[in-house]
Design a protein around this ligand. Structure first.
Ligand code: MLT
Ligand code: MN
Ligand code: ZN
Length: 300
């Protein structure tokens, strides 16, 4: 059995974002508290006892508090057995700082992402004897381990997604393969699997091979249209420039891939599909896609 808990659904900044007065953020603060969302992360487990996080969001402390499955079961304990990083953005790594306090877990990431952690001494708060940094490679499946070395029963196949270097190194670092990964995540016992691809700048034939026929895909839902942040006066950047493919491009592109269940993740506060009743939300539903809420659970 493969258990998935969606800890957070929002893109960087969350909903509402601290400095944003857009329609969604204002509504989330006032009339539509149900729009509030923490930054994207999921937890996965084969036994509901030991859990691996895909990314550690800046909201991780709140997410752990609100998720009973992730509460300590003894005086000093955590069900969090490991963290697997798909990229090095702040919204994927800052939650690692929440996981200090001397607990052991395994930290997996591409060399490109681990290099960012290695270059930032604040992450040394996670002592390497307790939190070993384990490099993963594209197209090489690995089995995450519990802190004591016990195999997890998961098999994770990382693959290169079209993306970019983290925002905070954009000026100093050229983009390279490995900056952004997708994962095919499989329960070895049951064979059930799903795909995590919460950042994807474009759908290439290569990426399609990992998505085709999938039972479940979490896909990049940052923006509804490529230029929405420009049109709303929030930013000068397109989605593509930020490494994100817009929903209006993703929906037709994934249509023919025979995916059973499609869920958008990493949804930016500017995205009009967040608003209940909006035409954009209807369009998403019509196309067979789901907009999740924090805390949603799925069992495969
Ligand atoms: C992104 O996914 O584009 C980043 O989270 C941007 C950011 O860190 O603000
Ligand atoms: Mn992000
Ligand atoms: Zn906003």
């Amino acid at each position: 059995m493969l258990s998935i808990i969606v800890l957070g659904t929002a893109a960087g900044g969350g909903v509402p974002q601290w400095n944003c007065g857009c329609d969604n953020c204002q509504a989330a603060r006032t009339s539509h508290a149900e729009l509030r969302a923490t930054q994207a992360s999921i937890a996965i487990s084969t036994d509901r006892s030991n859990w691996f996080l895909i990314n550690a969001s800046p909201d991780l402390r709140q997410q752990l508090t609100e998720t009973p499955a992730l509460h300590p079961r003894t005086l000093r304990h955590s069900p969090v057995a490991g963290v697997i990083l798909s990229n090095g953005e702040v919204d994927a790594i800052a939650g690692l700082l929440t996981l200090r306090e001397g607990a052991a877990f395994n930290l997996y990431g591409h060399r490109r992402v681990l290099d960012l952690l290695d270059a930032n001494p604040i992450f040394n708060v996670l002592k390497r004897q307790l939190v070993p940094r384990r490099p993963i490679e594209a197209d090489t499946a690995f089995e995450p381990q519990l802190p004591d070395g016990t195999p997890s029963g998961l098999e994770i196949l990382p693959f290169v997604a079209p993306g970019k270097a983290a925002l905070f190194v954009e000026d100093t670092s050229a983009n390279e393969d490995g900056d952004t990964l997708g994962f095919v995540i499989r329960d070895q016992a049951s064979g059930e699997s799903f795909v995590f691809l919460a950042a994807c700048a474009a759908l290439t034939p290569e990426v399609e091979t990992y998505l085709r026929g999938a039972k479940l895909v979490f896909f990049d839902g940052t923006l509804f249209t490529d230029d929405e942040m420009i049109r709303q006066g929030l930013s000068q950047k397109t989605g593509r420039r930020m490494g994100h493919m817009a929903m209006v491009a993703a929906m037709p592109a994934l249509e023919a891939l025979g995916i059973e269940r499609k869920i958008f993740l990493h949804i930016n506060n500017s995205n009009p599909a967040l608003m209940p009743g909006a035409a954009e939300r209807q369009a998403v539903k019509q196309a067979g896609w789901q907009i999740p809420a924090d805390g949603m659970e799925i069992t495969l």
